[in-house]
Every structure is written in C-alpha cells, then in structure tokens.
Design a protein around this ligand. Structure first.
Ligand code: ADP
Ligand code: MG
Length: 392
C-alpha cells in the first residue's frame, strides 16, 4: 500500500521551501548579503554558520542561496550560489575544480596551479559580471586534510584577484570553538560574522516533523502520536536529520508491511536499524586511532559521567595512545575523527553554552562504557588488561 505522497521530500538532498525556527537566521543572511543582490557596486560579505549535526546549517545555506539568486535576478544581476561540500571535495584543488565546474568555466583538469585556477575563475566572473556566493560546507574536512593554509589562500586570493571583488563567502562548520584554532589572519579572512544554530528541542522537532510529514505522506498515514514518539527518540540527539531519517524509514517499513499507516512498532524497528549498537564486527572496521578515541571515551565516562568536553577527552586520548604505544594525533585531526565517529553512530556530540563560552561535549549513546572498554581492549588483543583492571 502506498503511504508516500512524495518520498523525495524526505531525502537528505531535498531543501524544504521554508525552515521553521530558522526564519530569523535566514533573515540575517539576507541582510548581510543584501548588497550582493541589490547594489551596482556590491559589498561582499563573509559569514560563518556554526551548529551541531542536524541543526539545519546546510539547508539554511541552500535555501538562502536560492533566495539570493532569485532576488538578484529581480534586480537584474547575475547572482550565482555555489555550494561545495568539503567532505566530498577534500582538497583546495578539488574545491576549485568543483567551483569552475559549477560555474561552467572550462579548465583543463591538470597542469594548473591553485593560483592560476583561481585567476581564471575570477577573470571569467569579471567578464560575465557574475556575482558568486560561495558556500564551503563542512570545512573542517578540508582543514583536517590540508591545514588552514589552503582556505586562507583561497579567501585571500579571492580578495586580491577579484579586483571588483566578485566573490562572497559562507563558511559552514560545526563547532564555533574551531574558529579559535585559526591564526588571527585566517579567522578574519573568514569574516567576523557568526550565525550559530542552536540544537532543536522536542517541541521544535515535533513541529518540523509535522511539516515534513505533511509534504511526504498521504493523508492519515502518520498520526500525531507517532510523530511525538519519533520526536521523543530524536530529541535525545537533538538532531533533525536523525528525526527525518527515522520518519522516512518508518514509512518504508510500513510500506513493506503493506500497512496503510505508520505504527509505533515501525518506529521502533526504524530506530533499531538506524543506529545499531556497537557489535564486535562493527568495531573491527574501525581504524586504530578511531578505536583509541572510543577507548578514551569509555575510560572517561565509565565512572558514571554522562559526557566529557572534547578538550578533556583529547587529554584522555593522549594518555591512552601512549599506553597502547601509538603516536597521538593533533587536536584538529582528533576533532575531525570525533565527527566521523558521530557519523558512524558511536559517539554523540553536543555543543553547549555556559558562562565560559561554548564547548563540545561527547556522549556515548547506545552502549555501557565498561562494555565498550572491554570490547576495544579485546580488539587490540589486550584482554589481560581488562582482567587486571577489574581486579584492581
Ligand atoms: P546540518 O547541515 O546542520 O547537519 P541539515 O541542513 O542537513 O543539517 O538538516 C538535516 C535535515 O533536517 C534535513 O533533511 C533538513 O531538511 C531538515 N531540517 C533541518 N532544520 C529544519 C527545519 N527548521 N525545518 C524543516 N526541516 C529541517
Ligand atoms: Mg550539513
């Protein structure tokens, strides 16, 4: 039985026409970039968007991009929004190649230096009078691979080469703390304007799900009770992406069942399939450094604490690395791996604000810390450590 009216409306790539609870932030972006779409001699803005996974960063940037292109057209300017995911385009070179591809600027694939490619891109923009709003999404991935230097060169060269200054910039990253790790010149080249997206709570997730379910499902397929149940599960992670994935999977399971509506049991099955608990065979796919980070997390949290700050965890990680005989990674690298472990469902990161500022906290969802410790030590062939520690 068909439950979906339009399944694509729940796909990760789809950008909804409006983003409830992000109207203010959308307004801010429109405000900051107003000159680009309106003025004859545009002033080019630079804005940083931060926020944890599933707070709507990517959607907000893309929705703004569409709005800006439309607004520019209305005013007779050729405004082009280019969205680059740095996780996919992991090097400055790949980023530039992607930009030229998006802008239909023909460049030979090889034999061009970064500076030459950049010059060619800017020249073409000037010739065609194209105003670009470039969005570099998940920029941590680029930085963890190549350091901040390529990003710095990219933004600086845009300033120098552009003359007419044709390129505006939106940089998207998760942790506002990350900015502090740049040297001041790189940080300032990214702009001083930061829009931080707070994580969604239960009520907000519920409202978002109501809206998205209305677009995707036929009438009567999802009850409000089911949406509340999904919001409840997802509000633990405060993550709209997870909520929407649960909604979509629940729909698929209902369809598979030949059921005309989604039940709580479909939701429970969906939740079990999205984040499988840590099983031995899953751990064996992880790399050494990733297992060391999990071991550090398990050790740090087994005393009963719910969460640990990423800085404190880094110190635990260094100790654990030394104990196991491995060279620890830099903090930037460590941080990127935390994100990866979150993407895999092993860790949960949450950005929290207190008197001293914002901090990232690391949680272990899904498995007791002691069990995780045992499993990881076993994967390193160190069962005897487990026994020794239990005796002590
Ligand atoms: P992020 O880039 O911060 O990880 P995304 O922009 O990818 O988050 O959003 C995750 C999912 O949640 C997407 O499917 C997006 O459409 C949806 N979403 C996020 N915020 C909202 C909102 N305010 N209203 C409707 N859908 C939202
Ligand atoms: Mg994103």
């Amino acid at each position: 039985m068909a439950v979906f009216k339009d399944e694509r409306k729940l796909s990760p790539e789809y950008v909804p026409e409006r983003l409830p609870f992000r109207e203010r932030e959308l307004g801010q972006l429109i405000h900051y970039f107003s000159s680009v779409v309106r003025d004859e001699k545009p002033f080019h803005a630079r804005v940083v968007i931060t926020g944890a996974v599933g707070t709507g960063k990517t959607s907000l940037a893309k929705l703004f991009g569409m709005t800006a292109e439309k607004e520019g057209r209305k005013n007779g300017y050729n405004v082009k929004y280019v969205h680059i995911n740095c996780r996919k385009q992991g090097t400055a070179y790949a980023v530039l190649a992607k930009i030229s591809e998006e802008l239909c600027i023909g460049l030979p694939k090889r034999g061009f230096s970064i500076a030459e490619m950049l010059a060619a891109v800017v020249k073409s923009l000037n010739a065609t009078g194209t105003r670009v709003i470039l969005c570099l999404d998940e920029v941590e991935a680029l930085i963890s691979k190549e350091g901040a230097q390529p990003l710095y060169s990219l933004t600086r060269a845009m300033e120098d080469e552009a003359g007419e200054n044709m390129v505006s910039l939106i940089v998207v990253l998760r942790d506002p703390e990350f900015l502090k790790r740049f040297d001041p010149s790189t940080a300032s080249s990214l702009g001083n304007t930061v829009i931080h997206l707070e994580e969604y709570g239960f009520d907000q997730l519920l409202e978002i799900l109501r809206y998205r379910a209305g677009e995707a499902f036929k009438e009567g397929v999802v009850s409000d009770e089911v949406l509340e149940f999904i919001s409840q599960i997802a509000s633990d992670r405060r993550d709209a992406r997870y909520a929407i994935e649960l909604l979509w999977r629940s729909g698929k399971l209902a369809e598979l069942d030949g059921s005309g509506s989604i039940t709580a049991e479909h939701v429970r099955k969906a939740a079990a399939s999205v984040y499988p608990t840590i099983r031995r065979e899953n751990l064996s796919y992880l790399r050494t450094d990733e297992r060391l980070i999990l071991l550090a997390s398990a050790r740090a949290l087994k005393g009963g604490k719910a969460a640990i700050s990423s800085e404190d965890l880094y110190n635990h990680y260094k100790v654990v690395s030394e104990e196991m005989g491995f060279e620890p990674f830099s903090y930037t690298n460590f941080w990127e791996k935390l994100q990866w472990l979150q993407d895999l469902g092993f860790l949960r990161l949450s950005i929290q604000t207190d008197r001293k500022g914002r901090k990232t906290y690391v949680y272990l969802p899904g498995i007791p810390a002691t069990l995780l410790e045992t499993e990881i030590l076993r994967s390193f062939g160190r069962e005897q450590d487990v026994r020794r520690r239990t005796v002590v």
